[in-house]
Every structure is written in structure tokens, then in C-alpha cells.
Design a protein around this ligand. Structure first.
Ligand SMILES: [Zn+2]
Ligand SMILES: [Zn+2]
Length: 287
């Protein structure tokens, strides 16, 4: 994701001082990764269109997945070393050190396998690897996906490519295959159009405006909206069929703030209070 315009994010953080530490961690990580990591070279547009025609996301294609796993495994050591100066809680620092010890000793193939598990969302394998090596599962998911994200070229994450050229409208990410974590409603000539955003690789793509993006329920009597107090820019679209919610950005212009899951993490409380499930976050198992 390209860095937020400083003013927009600064203003937002002034209004949400409780996010300061979280912001320091996430923005710091993005900055470090953008300096350390060079994106993997992806196929040209015509090939991207052909590859995804039948609905198979790019990183689920054997060749690209392998290249991505190799690049991520090769970059893991320098990412972890680069995190030395990251403003992070002591517990996280300790977990990073532990992962660094593992990365130094592990065979390159073992590290590649880990990134394969992440990209294929093989939760059982990720859990087992974490448990066997006493690694913090949430942390390796979070940082693992941050590295994958940094390795995906920006041009592939652009919603206009998926909308106008590849014509991808499915309910999962065309690049990595994850379910959406956030949505945005944009004004069109007639009414509004919905775009979904991936928490793994931060690609944005169009999807039909009506209904639940997770279970495809289109019965509007089984959907409702929660409007958080004091945050008119955001709402939660709730599905009464599968009991999930989707945080949705209602406006345009501050995507770099509102299409980041961590920046609206306090709104998840509203969903949790109602016993609703969150989906799409890289921190969570895909179930
Ligand atoms: Zn993705
Ligand atoms: Zn649903």
C-alpha cells in the first residue's frame, strides 16, 4: 500500500490518540519493508488477465506461488534484522528474536514451505509449525503477510486494473485469494459501487454492492447496518445469515487511512459486542 498522505493520517491520529502505538508499529513496518524489499516481477497485464480468467488468484498459481515463496524466504532474515529499531511492545520484540533464531537455523526449503502454508491459508500447518518451534503464531502470520504484501508490485493491487481490464468481481482477492477484510462504497454515475480490500496483500477490487460478501446471502431482510457513533465515514454491514460484519468506508479520499484494518480496529468492538464474527484479517485463521 502506498504511504498515506502525512496530513490525512496525522489528522486521523490526532482524533484517535489511542491508536498511536498501533500506528507506530504498522507505519514503521511499512516503511522498513519499502526500504528493504524489492517486489517480485509479475507477468504483464495480458497474462495476468488470462491467468485469472477462470477465477484462480495469482498467488494460487504454482509458478508464481513458488517464486513468491522463494523471494519471501530469501528476504525473511533481512526483514527480521531490519525490525530491530521498530517501535514494538517488548513481547513482540521477544517473539521476533525467537523467529530470527529459527530463520537462521532453518533450511531455505522449510522457510519456503512456511510461506506456502501462509499463501494457501493452511491453518493447521501454520499452527503446527508455530507450536513445534515455539513461535508466536499471530506474529508470524502478521509479519509473514507483511512481507508477502511488500513483494507484490503496486500495479497488481490497483482496483482499476481488476475492474476495467481483468473484470474480476469475485468475493475473494484476485492476487492472493484471501477473503475481504474491508469494503468501500464509491459514488458512481448511478448510485454507488462497492470495492473490497484484502488484508493480506492490500489489493482492491470491485464486487456487487448488494448482499453479504462472505456467504453470498442477498436477502436484504437478513442484512443490517451498524453505525458507529462519531465515525460517519465508516459503517459495519452485518449479515444475519452467517453472523459476520464487514467494515465499510463510506467516503472517498482517505482510503489510505480507512482501508487499513488496524486504523479502524476500535470499530471491531462494535461487532464483537453483538457476537458477530470478523473475517479476512491476516491475524485470524481462515477457519
Ligand atoms: Zn490479497
Ligand atoms: Zn453472510
Amino acid at each position: 500500500m502506498k504511504p498515506a498522505k502525512k496530513s490525512t493520517m496525522d489528522e486521523y491520529l490526532k482524533k484517535h490518540p489511542f491508536l498511536k502505538e498501533t500506528a507506530g508499529l504498522h507505519l514503521g513496518l511499512e516503511k522498513i519493508l519499502s526500504q528493504l524489499v524489492k517486489p517480485v516481477s509479475f507477468p504483464e497485464k495480458a497474462d495476468l488477465i488470462a491467468y485469472t480468467k477462470e477465477g484462480l488468484p495469482l498467488l494460487q498459481q504454482a509458478g508464481l506461488q513458488k517464486r513468491m515463496a522463494e523471494a519471501a524466504a530469501a528476504g525473511l532474515g533481512s526483514m527480521l534484522a531490519g525490525l530491530y529499531d521498530l517501535m514494538a511492545p517488548a513481547m513482540m520484540k521477544a517473539a521476533i528474536e525467537k523467529w530470527q533464531e529459527w530463520a537462521v537455523q532453518a533450511e531455505p526449503e522449510t522457510i519456503q514451505h512456511f510461506f506456502g502454508f501462509l499463501m494457501r491459508q493452511e491453518d493447521g500447518e501454520i499452527h503446527e509449525l508455530a507450536e513445534t518451534n515455539q513461535l508466536n503464531e499471530t506474529m508470524i502470520r502478521f509479519l509473514g503477510w507483511a512481507l508477502i504484501d511488500a513483494l507484490v508490485p503496486a500495479r497488481v493491487k490497483d482496483s482499476s486494473f481488476w475492474e476495467h481490464e481483468a473484470k474480476w468481481k469475485r468475493n475473494y482477492c484476485p492476487v492472493c485469494g484471501r477473503q475481504a477484510a474491508l469494503a468501500q462504497l464509491r459514488k458512481e454515475q448511478q448510485g454507488r459501487a462497492r470495492y473490497l480490500s484484502c488484508d493480506g496483500c492490500h489489493t482492491v477490487w470491485p464486487h456487487k454492492r448488494i448482499g453479504c460478501v462472505y456467504c453470498q446471502n442477498i436477502d436484504l431482510k437478513k442484512m443490517h447496518i451498524l453505525e458507529p457513533e462519531g465515525e460517519p465515514e465508516m459503517r459495519l454491514d452485518v449479515c444475519d445469515e452467517c453472523h459476520t460484519y464487514l467494515k465499510t468506508y463510506n467516503e472517498e479520499g482517505a482510503e489510505d487511512v480507512y482501508l487499513r484494518d488496524w486504523a479502524t480496529i476500535h470499530l471491531d468492538l462494535l461487532g464483537e459486542e453483538q457476537g458477530l464474527r470478523k473475517k479476512g484479517s491476516v491475524l485470524l485463521a481462515s477457519e
